[in-house]
Write a protein that binds this ligand. Structure first.
Ligand SMILES: [Zn+2]
Length: 337
């Protein structure tokens, strides 16, 4: 009687255990399927590629456990496989959150650059005759962008992937709107300020910080943008070899105010402020014979200046809009036109 009872209890107990193993196997199968989906969706969306490799290995491990006979699983169980798979899944999910946060941070950084340019142009166009509506549109775009940026800052602490992705996308959209509004304002200013097609309004014109300018060594009251000075020095050295004297520099970088005082709307000689390459530190006016077409000095410069990154622009050529033999520019001056 005792033996019979024991058998019955063992049988019942064993049945319960078998049921538990089946349920546990279902859990592992479900978990594995979810992990496989995560492996697929996480492609290109993690910061640590090794987490996906780890997940892939744990999925293979889980699959091999699931392929084992029920009897084997009865003795070994699936607990280890489930725990390892869960840890690998967590690692991928954490890496995906990090990746999504990185996208938001990147979007915020690129927003900052667009914002800086927009604000510079907004300020530079104040009181310059541009339609107020065009400026108001940029201001509105900047306000909307600032709000999105503040919201994104809060979202950064979220672990919700969809929310993070939405924040990054929204920042990108806002940046585009600000960029378009900035270009519209810049074009509007250009249209009313720079009458000639070879001129381009630039918010930096006449406002180059002194740290970005460099003194011309043989003409110390004159400055050009620091990055174009080495070419000018080399050009001068070659010129000196040919003519025994330095290039005569009569004009170089001009501040916004000095360009404004030179500008005479009834004469094409000086460009309106904001439209001159002198204001960018990329132009010099040269004398010592160069101020006349077809002199030896002018001809020499025409033949040699480009070797050193300097050129005589089309508008100043004989027959150009303003024939100015003396006006020379860095080749960089026309890069943006
Ligand atoms: Zn000039």
């Amino acid at each position: 009687m005792i033996i019979v009872t024991l058998v019955v209890v063992l049988a019942m107990g064993g049945g319960g255990f078998a049921w538990f193993v089946v349920a546990e196997t279902d859990d592992l199968a479900t978990q594995t399927a979810a992990a496989e989906e995560l492996l697929a969706t996480s492609e290109g969306k993690v910061t640590e590629q090794s987490t996906r490799a780890g997940l892939s290995a744990q999925i293979a491990e889980a699959r091999s456990v699931l392929d084992e006979s029920v009897l084997t699983r009865l003795t070994t169980g699936t607990g280890d496989a489930r725990e390892s798979l869960e840890a690998a899944t967590d690692a991928v999910e954490a890496s995906m959150v990090e990746f999504a946060r990185g996208r938001v941070t990147e979007a915020r950084d690129s927003l900052a650059a667009a914002q800086a340019r927009a604000e510079k142009i907004y300020q530079a166009t104040e009181g310059q005759g541009v339609d107020d509506a065009v400026r108001a549109r940029l201001q509105a775009a900047l306000d909307t962008m600032a709000a999105a940026d503040t919201a994104a800052d809060t979202t950064l602490s979220s672990e919700d992937l969809a929310e993070l992705a939405r924040a990054a996308d929204e920042l990108g959209t806002n940046r585009s709107v600000v960029t378009v509004a900035t270009e519209a304002l810049s074009d509007a200013q250009d249209a009313i300020t720079c009458p000639a097609p070879d001129q381009a309004w630039d918010p930096d014109s006449g406002k180059v910080p002194s740290s970005a300018l460099a003194e011309i060594p043989w003409a110390p009251t004159h400055f050009v943008r620091a990055d174009v000075l080495p070419g000018l020095i080399e050009l001068d050295a070659a010129y000196r070899e040919a003519f025994g004297e330095h290039l005569t520099i009569n004009s170089s970088y001009r501040t916004y105010e000095s360009q404004a005082s030179l500008y005479d709307p009834s004469s094409p000689i000086a460009a309106p402020p904001g439209c001159s390459n002198h204001g960018l530190g990329l132009a010099v006016d040269i004398g010592g014979g160069v101020e006349t077409f077809d002199t030896e000095q002018y001809t020499w410069l025409k033949q040699n200046a480009e070797t050193y990154g300097w050129t005589h622009p089309d508008f100043a050529e004989p027959g150009g809009r303003v024939p100015e033999p003396w006006h020379w520019e860095s080749v960089l001056a026309r890069a943006g036109l």
